[in-house]
Design a protein around this ligand. Structure first.
Ligand code: FAD
Length: 389
């Protein structure tokens, strides 16, 4: 198992990484088979992570955080995805999507009511953008809300929403004015479970990420007060676009964690398994796969930390975030494929973690913007930068 190159992490971050790794190996790994079967994680895990400060590390101290750099979030994500990539996407939705939006745009009252309990791991958040008619074209959301005095009435539906079946709070984007595809006219609403007209479906049966419950959200004449609007009304799609780069950078940590989990398992197995009288690690065709995994992980990790520092300095990283997301998700899919291959028949069995990692890796080529959308962004931003010269 490797550690990010020391020069990329401060001594405090290396210490934090050790704590996180210990937690994942002792508290999360033993529960993983049960989480995968049940399709959900125990809520007590969130409370334990809250108590240890693993959820709140980079949030302000005023809300229970440690005010640490964003690198701490990447450390948690990488270590968690290495052990359980499904749990990682549930925490991602809870913290990177829900809590970060609350912190950026919430009023003091909203932060106390929604952000603080989420960072403590007592409540769980979720963010609902994708709709049955399409996720890539987020600005065409059909869910709408109309003003009614000092309330709004929301109607529509969302799908593929991480944590929806169990979330206490769901951040929903709805169009409050304007035509589809217009960036103005979107509004975020904080909707609490139990609000009349809000329903969530049964957990969807997925190919992977089984520890993470995913589901639909149905909104039928859901009446919320103007105090449930997050940030400025009509600015919702702007907030969404502004937050995507950081989300994609942080998703790089999840993909690296998956690939690291594959490399750890495959390297150990290759040094044990004997075929034709020799350890398979001695065969160059196996070494080629190990080398490809190591290269992909190191290249992605170096870029991840470079981008985290750039984001911390407030730099715009749209093109680079898309490059990291595209490259590292494809790299994780390839690493999981190679890991299964190294394990041979055992790779196809549930007894070892690589079959699960193989299924889980694929998610990251789709969620938070597909590979095709990443390529479109990379080309657009590259051409824009060239034309600006
Ligand atoms: C496990 C899981 C968890 C998720 N969690 C959440 C969540 O918490 N919240 C949330 O809001 N969403 C969530 N999503 C949804 C996810 O963000 C969407 O699935 C994703 O954005 C793609 O949208 P779509 O599935 O509607 O595909 P579509 O947009 O219908 O795309 C279908 C295909 O067409 C391609 N395509 C689309 N446009 C173009 C184009 N212009 N050029 C070329 N190809 C194109 C796509 O790349 C894709 O291959 C989750 C998805 C999964 C699988």
């Amino acid at each position: 198992m490797s550690t990010p190159i020391a020069s990329l992490l401060s001594p405090e971050e290396i210490e934090f990484q050790r704590t996180v790794r210990r937690f994942m190996e002792t508290e999360v790994a033993p529960l993983t088979p049960e989480m995968e079967t049940k399709g959900v994680f125990p809520r007590s895990l969130f409370r334990s992570m809250g108590e240890l400060g693993l959820l709140s590390s980079f949030f302000p101290e005023a809300y229970g955080g440690a005010g640490a750099p964003l690198t701490t979030r990447a450390i948690v994500s990488e270590e968690m995805a290495r052990i359980n990539a499904g749990l990682d996407i549930s925490v991602f939705a809870d913290i990177v999507l829900f809590a970060r939006a609350l912190n950026a745009h919430g009023t003091e009252e909203q932060k106390q009511k929604y952000l603080v309990p989420v960072l403590r791991g007592e409540k769980i958040g979720s963010m609902a953008i994708t709709e049955p008619k399409g996720g890539s074209d987020a600005l065409s959301a059909r869910t709408s809300a109309r003003k009614d005095g000092d309330h709004y009435i929301i109607n529509g539906s969302k799908t593929f929403i991480t944590n929806a079946p169990i979330a206490d709070f769901i951040l929903v984007i709805a169009r409050t004015s304007g035509e589809p595809r217009r960036i103005d006219g979107g509004t975020w609403f904080i909707v609490e479970r139990g609000t009349p007209g809000l329903e969530t479906g049964q957990p969807l049966q997925k190919m992977g990420m089984k520890s993470s419950p995913t589901g639909e959200v149905f909104l039928t004449d859901v009446r919320v007060s103007a105090a449930q609007v997050l940030g400025e009304a009509e600015r919702g799609f702007h907030y969404l676009m502004e937050s995507l780069d950081t989300e994609r950078v942080l998703e790089g940590a999840s993909t690296i964690g998956i690939a690291q989990g594959c490399l750890d398992a495959a390297a150990a197995y290759a040094q044990e398994r004997q075929v034709f009288g020799r350890k398979i690690a001695e065969y160059q065709l196996i070494q080629e796969k190990i080398a490809a995994m190591a290269v992909g992980i190191e290249m992605s990790r170096t870029m991840l930390y470079r981008l985290l520092h750039a984001v911390g300095r407030g730099e715009k990283v749209t093109r680079e975030a898309a490059i990291l997301k595209l490259y590292s998700s494809q790299m994780a899919v390839q690493a999981s494929n190679d890991a299964v291959q190294i394990f041979g028949g055992y790779g196809y069995m549930e007894e070892y973690p690589v079959a699960r990692l193989y299924r889980d890796a694929k998610h990251h080529e789709i969620g938070a913007g597909t590979s095709e959308i990443m390529k479109i962004i990379i080309a657009r931003e590259t051409l824009k930068a060239r034309n600006a010269h």
